[in-house]
Write a protein that binds this ligand. Structure first.
Ligand code: NAD
Length: 340
């Protein structure tokens, strides 16, 4: 991968801001243009380490703005796209689904059109210099719906999204797929399980548990806490994206997951145990703060991934085990919350 200029959308969000520094360091002839609207979820402070890198440029803007997207493709001669930008919080999608439809569906459509116009000619053949251009769409395992006690999602699992968030992501996956089958655009889609790690927004489960614990407040856990997610350290997701983007087969999808299935209550208790060890309370244990609250509407019971395809075809494997990843995460948020 040399001398390519890659449009990364949503690079100021949780996964994007972990990905960009890693990607620029790994590929020393690649340039990145980060297009991010800086919604409540975007934080440029998480990109301090690259802000002066001459191969990095930030553009504040909306992926739904077709004129802006077209101008970026043209002015920056964008060779590839890695598309992270999305409204990503399920609870917000239940409260107000409209922005999810706009950003996740219309925004993805706008980017696909930008790529099609810039990379393909009127007969849908690649323009000179754009033969190898790729559009990598970052998606979620939530598009597959909910599992019972057993079974795993893989690339052949039927879509069955249950929340406005997952339905909007499923729609975007279908649009991406259709641009491959209809126009021959070089697309790749990855569907990943729940990520955890530094730079995630305060609203999400793991930052909330750590923050509330440190503040001495109730730690809210939905329902009976038995909902299960397959947790992946964000840096392992970044490795998977890099592999799928560079070596994945055009038109294919890859599911990515850590084989770390844990219930929400297990996660809360595990974090409390780590905090008891590294920052003990004067009296009692952090787990005494755990409180069960009214369940999320339509709360999916279990997600779990069978990542055999990306492991065997692309050689991906996770580098972080759950204990080391969670300890690193707790330490990062302790530093953040104790300073602020
Ligand atoms: P995030 O909410 O932390 O970040 C989203 C970023 O997109 C923010 O910087 C925000 O400002 C930007 N953005 C939102 N709307 C925009 C718009 N209209 N135009 C331009 N920028 C906009 O999300 P995340 O957790 O980093 O997730 C990134 C991607 O990965 C999403 O597509 C999400 O569906 C997917 N994903 C996330 C997880 C997870 O566990 N976090 C797991 C699997 C897949």
């Amino acid at each position: 991968m040399s001398n390519r200029t890659i449009l990364i959308t949503g690079g100021a969000g949780f996964i994007g801001s972990n990905f960009i520094p890693f990607f620029l360091e790994k590929h020393d002839t690649v340039s990145v243009v980060n297009l991010d609207k800086l919604t409540y979820a975007g934080n440029l402070g998480h990109l301090e380490e690259v802000k002066n890198n001459e191969r990095y440029k930030f553009v504040q803007g909306d992926i739904c703005d077709a004129d802006l997207v077209r101008a970026i493709f043209k002015n920056e001669q964008i060779s590839d796209v890695i598309h992270f930008a999305a409204e990503s919080h399920v609870d917000n999608s239940i409260e107000g689904p409209e922005t999810f439809i706009k950003t996740n569906i219309n925004g993805t459509f706008t980017l696909l059109e930008g790529a099609r116009e810039h990379w393909l000619d009127n007969s849908n053949s690649a323009k000179k210099g754009f033969e190898a251009s790729r559009f990598h769409h970052i998606s979620t395992d939530e598009v597959f719906g909910s599992l019972g006690e057993s079974g795993f999602f893989d690339e052949n699992t039927a879509y069955a999204p249950n929340s406005p968030y997952s339905a909007s992501k499923a729609s975007s996956d279908f649009l991406v797929r259709s641009y491959f089958h209809t126009y021959g655009l070089n697309v790749i889609t990855t569907n990943c399980s729940n990520n955890y790690g530094p730079k995630q927004h305060d609203e999400k489960l793991i930052p909330t548990i750590i923050r509330k614990a440190l503040k001495g407040e109730e730690i809210p856990i939905y329902g009976d806490g038995k909902n299960v997610r397959d947790w992946l350290y964000v840096q392992d997701h970044c490795l998977g994206i890099d592999l799928a983007f560079s070596k994945g087969k055009i038109g294919e999808t890859y599911v990515i997951g850590g084989n770390n299935e844990h219930s929400n209550i297990f996660i809360a208790q595990k974090i409390c145990t780590i905090l008891d060890e590294v920052y003990p309370k004067k009296t009692g244990n952090y787990s005494e703060q755990i409180t069960f609250v009214r369940d999320r509407l339509g709360h999916d019971f279990r997600y779990a991934i069978d990542a055999t395809k990306i492991k065997t075809k692309l050689g991906w494997q996770s580098k972080w085990n759950f204990d080391s990843g969670l300890r690193e995460t707790v330490s990062w948020y302790m530093n953040k919350y104790q300073q602020g």
